[in-house]
Write a protein that binds this ligand. Sequence first.
Ligand SMILES: [Zn+2]
Ligand SMILES: [Zn+2]
Length: 333
Amino acid sequence: MKNAEGDEVLIPEGKSKVWNYHPNLPVPNSPVFRFPTRILFVLNWFRRGWLGLSATTLWVTLAFVTYNWFQPSLEHWSIYAIGMMFLRNLALITIIAGGLHLWLWVMCRQGDQLKFDSREMMRDNGTFTFRNQVLDNMFWSIAWGVPIWTLYEVIYFRAVDTGLAPTFQFGDNPVWFILFFWVILLWKGFHFYWVHRFLHWPPYYRIAHAVHHRNLNTGPWSGLSMHPLETLPYLSSLLIHLVVPSNPVHLLFHTYALTLNPALAHSGFDALLVRDKRQLELGEFFHQLHHRYFECNYGTPEMPWDKWFATYHNGTEEDTRSTRERKKRMYTK
Ligand SMILES: [Zn+2]
Ligand SMILES: [Zn+2]
Protein backbone atom coordinates (compact mmCIF):
# COMPACT_ATOMS: atom_id res chain seq x y z
CA MET A 1 0.00 0.00 0.00
CA LYS A 2 1.19 3.52 -0.84
CA ASN A 3 0.34 6.76 0.97
CA ALA A 4 -0.98 9.87 -0.79
CA GLU A 5 2.61 11.03 -1.43
CA GLY A 6 3.54 7.80 -3.19
CA ASP A 7 5.70 6.32 -0.40
CA GLU A 8 5.27 2.74 0.76
CA VAL A 9 3.25 2.61 4.02
CA LEU A 10 5.30 0.80 6.69
CA ILE A 11 2.69 0.98 9.48
CA PRO A 12 -0.98 1.76 8.71
CA GLU A 13 -2.78 4.46 10.73
CA GLY A 14 -4.21 3.49 14.11
CA LYS A 15 -3.34 3.02 17.78
CA SER A 16 0.08 1.94 19.05
CA LYS A 17 1.91 1.43 22.33
CA VAL A 18 2.89 5.11 22.44
CA TRP A 19 0.13 6.88 20.50
CA ASN A 20 -3.63 7.00 20.86
CA TYR A 21 -3.67 7.61 17.12
CA HIS A 22 -0.98 7.94 14.48
CA PRO A 23 -1.44 8.49 10.76
CA ASN A 24 0.07 6.19 8.14
CA LEU A 25 3.81 5.88 8.71
CA PRO A 26 6.28 7.04 7.50
CA VAL A 27 5.00 10.61 8.05
CA PRO A 28 4.78 12.29 4.66
CA ASN A 29 7.09 14.79 3.03
CA SER A 30 6.25 16.83 -0.04
CA PRO A 31 6.61 14.63 -3.15
CA VAL A 32 7.75 17.68 -5.13
CA PHE A 33 11.36 17.06 -4.09
CA ARG A 34 11.40 13.34 -4.85
CA PHE A 35 13.33 12.20 -7.90
CA PRO A 36 12.42 10.83 -10.33
CA THR A 37 9.34 13.06 -10.33
CA ARG A 38 6.00 11.31 -9.82
CA ILE A 39 3.75 13.81 -11.45
CA LEU A 40 0.40 12.42 -10.28
CA PHE A 41 1.46 12.48 -6.63
CA VAL A 42 2.81 16.01 -7.06
CA LEU A 43 -0.46 17.20 -8.61
CA ASN A 44 -2.39 15.49 -5.84
CA TRP A 45 -0.23 17.23 -3.18
CA PHE A 46 -1.06 20.65 -4.68
CA ARG A 47 -4.72 19.74 -5.14
CA ARG A 48 -5.06 18.84 -1.45
CA GLY A 49 -3.19 21.92 -0.24
CA TRP A 50 -4.39 24.60 -2.63
CA LEU A 51 -7.82 23.63 -3.98
CA GLY A 52 -10.67 23.22 -1.54
CA LEU A 53 -10.69 23.76 2.21
CA SER A 54 -7.24 23.50 3.78
CA ALA A 55 -5.15 25.49 6.23
CA THR A 56 -3.34 27.07 3.28
CA THR A 57 -6.48 28.25 1.50
CA LEU A 58 -7.83 29.53 4.83
CA TRP A 59 -4.75 31.75 5.31
CA VAL A 60 -4.86 33.00 1.71
CA THR A 61 -8.54 33.97 2.14
CA LEU A 62 -7.91 35.58 5.50
CA ALA A 63 -4.98 37.57 4.08
CA PHE A 64 -7.26 39.06 1.38
CA VAL A 65 -9.98 39.85 3.94
CA THR A 66 -7.55 41.51 6.36
CA TYR A 67 -5.84 43.56 3.69
CA ASN A 68 -9.07 44.81 2.14
CA TRP A 69 -11.09 45.50 5.29
CA PHE A 70 -8.93 45.45 8.42
CA GLN A 71 -5.62 47.09 7.56
CA PRO A 72 -5.31 50.75 8.61
CA SER A 73 -2.88 53.07 6.84
CA LEU A 74 0.49 53.66 8.50
CA GLU A 75 1.47 56.50 6.21
CA HIS A 76 1.67 58.57 9.39
CA TRP A 77 2.55 57.09 12.77
CA SER A 78 -0.67 56.43 14.60
CA ILE A 79 -1.02 54.79 18.00
CA TYR A 80 -4.66 54.20 17.15
CA ALA A 81 -3.79 52.25 13.96
CA ILE A 82 -1.15 50.16 15.75
CA GLY A 83 -3.59 49.48 18.59
CA MET A 84 -6.20 48.34 16.09
CA MET A 85 -3.69 45.99 14.45
CA PHE A 86 -2.82 44.53 17.86
CA LEU A 87 -6.50 43.99 18.73
CA ARG A 88 -7.13 42.47 15.30
CA ASN A 89 -4.33 39.95 15.82
CA LEU A 90 -5.45 39.21 19.36
CA ALA A 91 -8.96 38.51 18.04
CA LEU A 92 -7.55 36.21 15.32
CA ILE A 93 -5.50 34.03 17.67
CA THR A 94 -8.39 33.92 20.16
CA ILE A 95 -10.83 32.79 17.48
CA ILE A 96 -8.50 30.20 15.90
CA ALA A 97 -6.56 28.80 18.90
CA GLY A 98 -9.34 29.48 21.41
CA GLY A 99 -12.01 28.08 19.09
CA LEU A 100 -10.07 24.88 18.41
CA HIS A 101 -9.25 24.48 22.09
CA LEU A 102 -12.91 24.84 23.00
CA TRP A 103 -14.10 22.45 20.30
CA LEU A 104 -11.47 19.74 20.74
CA TRP A 105 -10.33 19.95 24.36
CA VAL A 106 -13.18 21.52 26.37
CA MET A 107 -16.34 20.39 24.58
CA CYS A 108 -14.50 17.27 23.30
CA ARG A 109 -16.66 17.27 20.19
CA GLN A 110 -14.75 14.39 18.60
CA GLY A 111 -13.71 12.63 21.81
CA ASP A 112 -10.44 10.77 21.35
CA GLN A 113 -10.90 10.28 17.63
CA LEU A 114 -7.72 11.18 15.71
CA LYS A 115 -6.12 12.47 18.95
CA PHE A 116 -2.39 11.74 18.88
CA ASP A 117 -1.59 11.63 22.59
CA SER A 118 -4.12 10.28 25.07
CA ARG A 119 -2.94 12.64 27.84
CA GLU A 120 -4.96 15.70 28.80
CA MET A 121 -3.53 19.22 29.10
CA MET A 122 -1.40 19.39 32.27
CA ARG A 123 -2.79 20.92 35.45
CA ASP A 124 -1.12 21.49 38.79
CA ASN A 125 2.28 20.99 37.21
CA GLY A 126 5.20 23.19 38.29
CA THR A 127 6.82 23.11 34.83
CA PHE A 128 4.22 25.58 33.59
CA THR A 129 3.61 29.25 34.36
CA PHE A 130 0.57 29.37 36.71
CA ARG A 131 1.11 25.55 37.10
CA ASN A 132 -1.36 25.09 34.26
CA GLN A 133 -0.47 24.19 30.66
CA VAL A 134 -3.34 26.04 28.94
CA LEU A 135 -2.91 29.24 30.99
CA ASP A 136 0.87 29.04 30.45
CA ASN A 137 0.42 28.70 26.69
CA MET A 138 -2.13 31.54 26.54
CA PHE A 139 0.14 33.77 28.60
CA TRP A 140 3.25 33.33 26.40
CA SER A 141 1.18 33.62 23.19
CA ILE A 142 -0.64 36.80 24.22
CA ALA A 143 2.04 38.56 26.28
CA TRP A 144 4.83 38.06 23.71
CA GLY A 145 3.60 36.31 20.56
CA VAL A 146 0.89 38.79 19.55
CA PRO A 147 2.92 41.99 20.29
CA ILE A 148 5.98 40.73 18.35
CA TRP A 149 3.77 39.55 15.47
CA THR A 150 2.16 43.02 15.41
CA LEU A 151 5.59 44.68 15.55
CA TYR A 152 6.72 42.87 12.37
CA GLU A 153 3.49 43.87 10.61
CA VAL A 154 3.88 47.49 11.72
CA ILE A 155 7.46 47.59 10.35
CA TYR A 156 6.30 46.12 7.04
CA PHE A 157 3.18 48.25 6.53
CA ARG A 158 5.00 51.40 7.58
CA ALA A 159 7.60 50.58 4.90
CA VAL A 160 4.88 49.89 2.28
CA ASP A 161 2.80 52.97 3.10
CA THR A 162 5.84 55.24 2.90
CA GLY A 163 7.02 53.66 -0.35
CA LEU A 164 10.12 51.94 1.08
CA ALA A 165 9.19 48.27 0.67
CA PRO A 166 9.22 46.79 -2.87
CA THR A 167 5.71 45.72 -3.93
CA PHE A 168 3.89 44.50 -7.01
CA GLN A 169 0.25 43.98 -7.96
CA PHE A 170 -1.59 40.98 -9.37
CA GLY A 171 -1.88 42.74 -12.75
CA ASP A 172 1.91 43.18 -12.99
CA ASN A 173 2.57 39.46 -13.10
CA PRO A 174 -0.41 37.19 -12.34
CA VAL A 175 1.52 33.90 -12.58
CA TRP A 176 4.27 35.00 -10.19
CA PHE A 177 1.65 36.56 -7.88
CA ILE A 178 0.04 33.12 -7.46
CA LEU A 179 3.27 31.11 -7.44
CA PHE A 180 4.73 33.36 -4.78
CA PHE A 181 2.32 31.99 -2.16
CA TRP A 182 3.96 28.58 -2.58
CA VAL A 183 7.46 30.06 -2.68
CA ILE A 184 6.69 31.66 0.70
CA LEU A 185 5.99 28.21 2.17
CA LEU A 186 9.32 26.94 0.81
CA TRP A 187 11.19 29.94 2.23
CA LYS A 188 9.36 29.56 5.54
CA GLY A 189 10.35 25.87 5.69
CA PHE A 190 13.99 26.67 4.96
CA HIS A 191 14.14 29.54 7.46
CA PHE A 192 12.33 27.54 10.16
CA TYR A 193 14.62 24.53 9.77
CA TRP A 194 17.80 26.53 10.38
CA VAL A 195 16.43 28.89 13.03
CA HIS A 196 14.99 25.87 14.81
CA ARG A 197 18.33 24.02 14.75
CA PHE A 198 19.91 27.10 16.28
CA LEU A 199 17.17 27.18 18.94
CA HIS A 200 18.21 23.65 19.91
CA TRP A 201 21.81 24.68 20.57
CA PRO A 202 21.87 23.74 24.29
CA PRO A 203 22.84 27.15 25.80
CA TYR A 204 20.19 29.00 23.75
CA TYR A 205 17.68 26.20 24.19
CA ARG A 206 17.76 26.61 27.95
CA ILE A 207 17.18 30.39 27.74
CA ALA A 208 14.53 30.49 25.03
CA HIS A 209 13.19 27.38 23.30
CA ALA A 210 12.63 25.41 26.53
CA VAL A 211 9.44 27.47 27.05
CA HIS A 212 7.88 26.02 23.88
CA HIS A 213 9.14 22.52 24.72
CA ARG A 214 7.43 22.43 28.09
CA ASN A 215 4.66 21.02 25.93
CA LEU A 216 5.43 17.32 25.48
CA ASN A 217 1.82 16.96 24.48
CA THR A 218 0.50 19.97 22.59
CA GLY A 219 -2.78 21.86 22.23
CA PRO A 220 -3.88 24.75 19.98
CA TRP A 221 -2.52 27.42 22.34
CA SER A 222 0.93 25.73 22.36
CA GLY A 223 1.61 26.86 18.78
CA LEU A 224 2.70 30.41 19.51
CA SER A 225 3.68 29.78 23.13
CA MET A 226 7.31 30.87 22.93
CA HIS A 227 9.87 32.93 24.81
CA PRO A 228 10.32 36.34 23.11
CA LEU A 229 13.91 35.38 22.24
CA GLU A 230 12.39 32.60 20.18
CA THR A 231 9.46 34.56 18.68
CA LEU A 232 11.81 37.30 17.40
CA PRO A 233 14.06 35.04 15.25
CA TYR A 234 11.13 32.75 14.38
CA LEU A 235 9.10 35.60 12.83
CA SER A 236 12.17 37.19 11.19
CA SER A 237 11.24 35.04 8.19
CA LEU A 238 8.88 37.94 7.36
CA LEU A 239 11.75 40.37 6.78
CA ILE A 240 12.19 38.91 3.30
CA HIS A 241 9.26 41.11 2.19
CA LEU A 242 11.39 44.19 2.81
CA VAL A 243 13.86 42.96 0.20
CA VAL A 244 12.03 40.76 -2.31
CA PRO A 245 9.10 42.42 -4.14
CA SER A 246 5.76 41.04 -2.98
CA ASN A 247 2.21 42.18 -2.25
CA PRO A 248 0.86 42.99 1.24
CA VAL A 249 -1.46 39.98 0.82
CA HIS A 250 1.65 37.78 0.54
CA LEU A 251 3.02 39.27 3.75
CA LEU A 252 -0.25 38.63 5.60
CA PHE A 253 -0.45 35.07 4.27
CA HIS A 254 3.14 34.48 5.39
CA THR A 255 2.29 35.95 8.82
CA TYR A 256 -0.72 33.67 9.30
CA ALA A 257 1.27 30.65 8.19
CA LEU A 258 3.67 31.50 11.04
CA THR A 259 1.27 32.63 13.75
CA LEU A 260 -2.15 31.01 13.22
CA ASN A 261 -1.13 27.80 11.45
CA PRO A 262 0.76 26.57 14.54
CA ALA A 263 -2.59 26.51 16.39
CA LEU A 264 -3.76 23.88 13.90
CA ALA A 265 -0.42 22.09 13.70
CA HIS A 266 -0.19 21.83 17.52
CA SER A 267 -3.89 21.03 18.06
CA GLY A 268 -3.01 17.45 19.01
CA PHE A 269 -5.52 16.05 16.51
CA ASP A 270 -4.89 14.83 12.97
CA ALA A 271 -8.04 16.38 11.50
CA LEU A 272 -11.25 18.16 12.41
CA LEU A 273 -14.17 15.77 12.24
CA VAL A 274 -17.70 16.96 11.63
CA ARG A 275 -20.29 14.18 11.57
CA ASP A 276 -17.41 11.69 11.42
CA LYS A 277 -16.02 13.20 8.22
CA ARG A 278 -12.57 14.78 7.96
CA GLN A 279 -13.38 18.42 7.21
CA LEU A 280 -10.00 20.05 7.77
CA GLU A 281 -6.52 18.57 8.15
CA LEU A 282 -5.06 19.92 11.39
CA GLY A 283 -2.17 18.39 13.23
CA GLU A 284 1.25 17.75 11.92
CA PHE A 285 2.21 14.38 13.34
CA PHE A 286 5.61 15.31 11.89
CA HIS A 287 5.88 18.13 14.48
CA GLN A 288 4.16 16.13 17.23
CA LEU A 289 7.13 13.75 16.97
CA HIS A 290 9.43 16.73 17.47
CA HIS A 291 7.65 17.59 20.73
CA ARG A 292 7.89 14.01 21.98
CA TYR A 293 11.46 13.18 20.87
CA PHE A 294 13.05 16.68 20.53
CA GLU A 295 16.08 16.22 18.28
CA CYS A 296 14.28 15.40 15.04
CA ASN A 297 11.89 16.96 12.50
CA TYR A 298 13.07 20.54 12.93
CA GLY A 299 11.48 21.62 9.65
CA THR A 300 8.11 21.26 7.96
CA PRO A 301 6.82 18.57 5.58
CA GLU A 302 6.76 21.18 2.79
CA MET A 303 10.45 20.62 2.04
CA PRO A 304 12.57 17.63 3.08
CA TRP A 305 15.34 19.48 4.95
CA ASP A 306 15.19 16.87 7.71
CA LYS A 307 15.70 14.06 5.21
CA TRP A 308 18.63 15.85 3.57
CA PHE A 309 20.32 16.56 6.91
CA ALA A 310 19.53 13.21 8.52
CA THR A 311 17.30 14.57 11.29
CA TYR A 312 14.10 12.99 9.97
CA HIS A 313 11.92 10.88 12.29
CA ASN A 314 9.41 8.90 10.25
CA GLY A 315 7.34 7.83 13.28
CA THR A 316 8.67 4.28 13.62
CA GLU A 317 10.38 2.81 16.71
CA GLU A 318 13.60 2.46 14.77
CA ASP A 319 13.72 6.23 14.21
CA THR A 320 12.90 6.83 17.88
CA ARG A 321 16.06 4.87 18.78
CA SER A 322 18.27 6.82 16.37
CA THR A 323 16.79 10.15 17.57
CA ARG A 324 17.53 9.23 21.20
CA GLU A 325 21.13 8.47 20.27
CA ARG A 326 21.48 11.82 18.51
CA LYS A 327 20.10 13.60 21.58
CA LYS A 328 22.57 11.81 23.83
CA ARG A 329 25.48 12.82 21.57
CA MET A 330 24.32 16.49 21.53
CA TYR A 331 24.11 16.76 25.31
CA THR A 332 27.33 14.90 26.15
CA LYS A 333 29.45 17.16 23.94
ZN1 LIG B 1 6.07 23.16 18.36
ZN1 LIG C 1 12.17 22.49 19.01
